[in-house]
Design a protein around this ligand. Structure first.
Ligand SMILES: [Zn+2]
Length: 384
């Protein structure tokens, strides 16, 4: 996702905020400070309304973060790597490195999010009651009650059985478990997602016509997003089904030319071993083990006068940020990480050595072959 600020790491998970979160933060703070709080308790100071509104909006974003972090932590425990969370306009996105291996794992990974939101809602409800009994400041009681409500709403909405919501994944796990077909399960959850999405769009449009402009527009936006996501997930699932039968070995460029980590940028950009052959090269240490990947574009960004004194180590993408696979792994496992990786390439490793490199274009080529050599109608309508 573009225009994302990286805030830092929580439990080793990179946490980012998309600029659109500022919109939701502002809407919530404004709605509380100028709407709900003065309506419930008129006559207070303006700064008190705004302070409560701003703090409450921040706590709400933290609740959202807790929900997403729980997905990643449970995914890790179930053998699915995950290391990135982005908050944006319509909630959070946890990026997982692969798909859940079994329906039970899918159930746990998807289920924990709404559960965390529900528990948070309960905790805030308890705080509300306690602050009320203790005769705490009325604005604080009001804010706690709002946080309890919004977290419970978040849990209920996310549990709706429609993709791409958590409930859609629960439905998918159930159908997958009953039918044994992951693709069939994805299609059922996706169909439910499109139906719910269009219902939300219709209700939203009706509300807009009936005069509830901002609330209606919000519903239309979320509904439309759900339809788009459910459709995209469906086509990705069909694509994965096709690529599951192809080993990485068959798509990769074998034995790529590598560059030693101590090579200067000047040498790299000017020497025959690398010139014109590819636009990215694996970087290896003295023992020949891979340590990263350097792209010609990134090396070319080093000012000419610094190129003689800058080594590839300074401009390469470190190995930890590059997707890797074994030569006999199924190609579909690389899909989610390949497009998200900074260099849009994956390294194929065997026994600690680079044996190949895979680009998005390689995967597209395999897809073209598979879809052209299959009988018409046998899957794949769109390629994301
Ligand atoms: Zn969730």
């Amino acid at each position: 996702m573009g225009a994302t600020f990286w805030l830092g790491r929580v439990a080793g998970i990179r946490v980012g905020v998309h600029w659109s979160v500022l919109v939701i933060f502002t809407l919530i703070a404004f709605g509380l400070a100028e709407g709900r709080l003065p309506r419930a308790h008129p006559g207070g100071a303006l700064w008190a309304y705004w302070l409560t509104g701003l703090v409450t909006a921040a706590v709400f974003l933290l609740s959202l973060l807790a929900h997403e972090i729980s997905h990643v932590l449970v995914a890790r425990r179930n053998g699915v790597g995950g290391d990135e969370i982005t908050l944006w306009l319509l909630g959070g996105v946890a990026r997982l490195r692969s798909e859940a291996p079994t329906p039970a794992a899918e159930l746990r990974i998807a289920g924990v999010g709404p559960l965390v939101s529900l528990v948070l809602g309960g905790v805030f409800a308890l705080f509300t009651w306690w602050a009320h009994v203790q005769h705490g400041p009325v604005l604080v009681v009001e804010a706690l009650a709002w946080l309890a409500g919004i977290n419970i709403l978040l849990a209920v909405f996310n549990a709706l059985p429609a993709a791409p919501l958590d409930g859609g994944r629960l439905l998918r796990a159930l159908v997958w478990w009953r039918t044994g077909s992951r693709l069939r399960a994805t299609e059922v959850a996706g169909g439910a997602g499109r139906v719910l999405g269009w219902i939300m769009v219709a209700v939203g449009l009706y509300e807009v016509l009936a005069g509830g402009f901002s609330g209606g527009l919000w519903l239309v936006l979320i509904g439309w997003f759900m339809v788009a996501m459910a459709t995209l997930e469906g086509s990705q699932a069909r694509l994965r089904e096709l690529l599951r039968s192809v080993p990485v070995r068959q798509a990769m460029t074998p034995d790529p030319v590598t560059a030693a980590v101590g090579t200067t940028v000047e040498e790299f950009l000017g020497s025959p071993p690398w010139r014109y052959r590819h636009s990215a090269f694996p970087v290896t240490d003295d023992a020949g083990s891979p340590v990263g990947l350097v792209t010609v574009r990134r090396a070319g960004q080093v000012p000419v006068e610094d190129r003689g004194s800058t080594s590839l180590e300074a401009v390469m993408v470190p190995l930890a940020e590059i997707p890797t696979a074994g030569p006999d792994d199924p190609l579909d496992q690389l899909l989610p990480t390949l497009d998200a990786s900074p260099a849009r390439r994956a390294l194929v490793l065997a026994e600690g050595r680079v044996v190949g490199i895979v680009t998005s274009a390689d995967v597209s080529r395999v897809v073209t072959w598979l879809s052209s050599t299959r009988p018409p109608g046998a899957g794949l309508r769109t390629v994301p």
